[in-house]
Design a protein around this ligand. Structure first.
Ligand code: SF4
Ligand code: SF4
Length: 218
């Protein structure tokens, strides 16, 4: 069947018209920043206070792009007669984002909630070495980590929150008891000042007077 002359042009115009009326999906980055979901995998933040240098993240990373150095320190016994303990102190924590494949395994396996995803993605560098982020930079990313979603209303209270709440209640009760005890204690009288002497003064002599009774003048 021979094509109708001009049908190709009409089809092309129809496609053009259809496309013109659709919403554009082209993102005009960097003039317009994309609206990313809050849990996007942009960069990894380190909350180093939580890190115990267990090395689990470095061992599980499929790209071996997490570098951790540490040393041991001896902590004195908490109570007299107790035993000294040793603990790991973090010296270096770095992630090479030129190797990272954003799988999230390190974040999943960290047992102490020290690693988090941040949606920030604008950290391109012209020097590949700059893509190794050391611990200070990883900490800076922590401030861009979105707050966790609220708990389900029926969820059990997290044990950390319950422990902190109990400790705060105990402290408040102890402070209230202390304040009540202080209010019940009677005010102590003022110490005596330098007033007139209240001791025996120089009064009339009360010694033996003239004899009376028996033995009068004969
Ligand atoms: S996201 Fe994956 S590849 Fe990147 S540092 Fe973590 S474990 Fe390694
Ligand atoms: S798994 Fe977590 S606690 Fe262990 S070394 Fe990595 S960041 Fe630190």
């Amino acid at each position: 069947m021979t094509p109708i002359p001009g049908s190709g042009l009409a089809k092309g115009l129809a496609v053009t018209l259809r496309t013109m009326t659709r919403k554009s999906v082209t993102a005009q980055y960097p003039d317009v920043l994309p609206e990313l979901p809050p849990r996007s995998r942009g960069v990894i933040g380190l909350f180093e206070e939580n890190c115990t240098v267990c090395m689990l993240c470095a061992r599980e990373c499929p790209d071996w792009c997490i570098y951790i150095d540490s040393h041991k320190e001896t902590v004195p016994a908490a109570a007299p007669g107790g035993r000294e303990r040793s603990r790991n102190v973090l010296d270096r924590f770095a992630i090479d984002f030129s190797l990272c494949m954003y799988c999230g395994i390190c974040i999943e396996v960290c047992p102490f909630d020290a690693l988090f995803w941040s949606p920030e993605f604008e950290y391109a560098e012209t020097d590949i070495h700059e893509l190794t982020h050391e611990r200070d930079k990883l900490r800076e990313w922590m401030w861009t980590v979105p707050a966790p979603p609220p708990l389900d209303p029926g969820a059990e209270e997290p044990k950390e929150v319950a422990a902190a709440r109990k400790a705060a209640e105990k402290l408040a009760a102890a402070e209230a008891a202390e304040a009540a005890a202080a209010a019940e204690t009677p005010a102590t009288p003022d110490p005596p000042g330098p007033g007139p002497a209240t001791g025996p003064g120089p009064g009339p002599a009360s010694g033996p007077g003239p004899a009376s009774g028996e033995g009068g003048p004969a």
